[in-house]
Design a binder for this molecule. Structure first.
Ligand SMILES: Nc1nc2c(ncn2[C@@H]2O[C@H](COP(=O)(O)OP(=O)(O)OP(=O)(O)O)[C@@H](O)[C@H]2O)c(=O)[nH]1
Ligand SMILES: [Mg+2]
Length: 301
């Protein structure tokens, strides 16, 4: 007898920087979520849709979880909580290069311990650990948290190792059902959203300390002509000095950020891009709900 087609939602949760967005991009085979080495890169839930002959899986990438410290932190947590609510499976992603940490325990206590949803424990970054003993020790420390009562998969989101195995494993948890999206639809992000995120990624990659966490990007206009997309965007920072940093000496850093974003967006949009960037100060926006709303950081359900 033929197996039934499976359809379901899988929410990826983890500490910051474990590789959730890298995994999402690898699963859908294209960049839909930005990734950097700075914690708390992802701010809003992002869907990645994987359709195979046997299933359609809708993955939800979430902001890295940690204790909220300000309004922005509370918003990030709310994104995770709402993503878990309607999911068929929680994919708890961990970094196999270190043992179970306080941050993982916090996630367990707050999101996993009492959930009725099935949880799959996935160990990422296996490409970074060469010693099998270390892997086994670290795996053990996580499994203990679940009293050994948990299914596990080991992957590398970066190299793609065991990604197919992961998909097969996930299918077992999903209900039978019809497709919800056309085969070629891979995300809920449109070019406008992707443009704003790619610009933010290039800022994060080119700055440090407080700056990556103090930046929000708004697309003021996005016009597609026959041979070119014309994008105008404003970068919001929370202090005057950050504005100076992002612009750089004689505008050099802003120019670099703009060029890097444009080159990447041209690949994604498969067209020429004209990109115009402005920088403005919105004082302490991360503590101000109204300002966050204006910057697109609000829950719309
Ligand atoms: N070597 C290696 N690096 C990885 C792997 N997965 C992710 N990374 C790197 O880890 C860093 C964080 O990746 P992200 O995908 O941005 O992590 P995230 O969990 O989405 O982070 P937040 O959105 O900040 O919570 C990036 O520098 C990735 O290139 C992996 O399997 N192997
Ligand atoms: Mg992310």
């Amino acid at each position: 007898m033929e197996n039934e087609f499976k359809t379901g939602f899988v929410t990826i949760i983890a500490r910051p920087n474990v590789g959730k967005s890298t995994l999402l991009n690898n699963l859908v085979g294209q960049k839909v979520a930005i990734t950097t080495n700075t914690a708390q890169t992802t701010r809003k839930k992002i869907k990645g849709i994987v359709t195979t002959n046997t299933s359609q899986i809708i993955f939800i990438d979430t902001p890295g979880i940690h204790k909220p410290l300000n309004k922005l932190g509370e918003f990030l947590s709310s994104q995770t909580a709402s993503a878990i609510k309607d999911t068929d499976l929680i994919l708890f992603l961990t970094d196999v290069s270190s043992p179970c940490m306080a941050g993982d325990k916090w996630i367990y206590e707050n999101y996993l311990k009492d959930t009725k949803k099935p949880v799959l424990l996935v160990f990422n970054k296996i490409d970074t650990v060469k010693k099998p003993d270390i892997i086994e020790e670290n795996v053990y420390s996580y499994k203990q948290m679940f009293s050994n009562n948990i299914q596990t998969v080991r992957i590398s989101a970066k190299t793609g190792k065991n990604i197919n195995q992961l998909l097969e494993h996930i299918e077992k948890f999903l209900p039978a059902g019809e497709k919800l999206y056309p085969d070629d639809e891979i995300t809920d992000q449109n070019m406008r959203m992707i443009a704003s995120e790619v610009i933010r990624e290039k800022i994060i990659l080119n700055t440090r300390d407080e700056v990556p966490h103090s930046v929000a990007v708004m697309i003021d206009s996005y016009k597609s002509d026959e041979n070119i997309d014309r994008i105008s965007a404003t970068i919001y920072v929370s202090t005057e000095s950050q504005k100076g940093i992002v612009i750089g000496s004689k505008g050099s850093l802003l120019k670099k950020i703009g060029m890097e974003a444009r080159l990447e967006l041209e690949k994604i949009a498969e067209t020429k891009i004209f990109l115009e960037l402005f920088v403005k100060v919105q004082k302490n926006w991360q503590k101000d709900l109204k300002a966050m709303k204006r910057l697109g950081l609000e829950e719309i359900e």
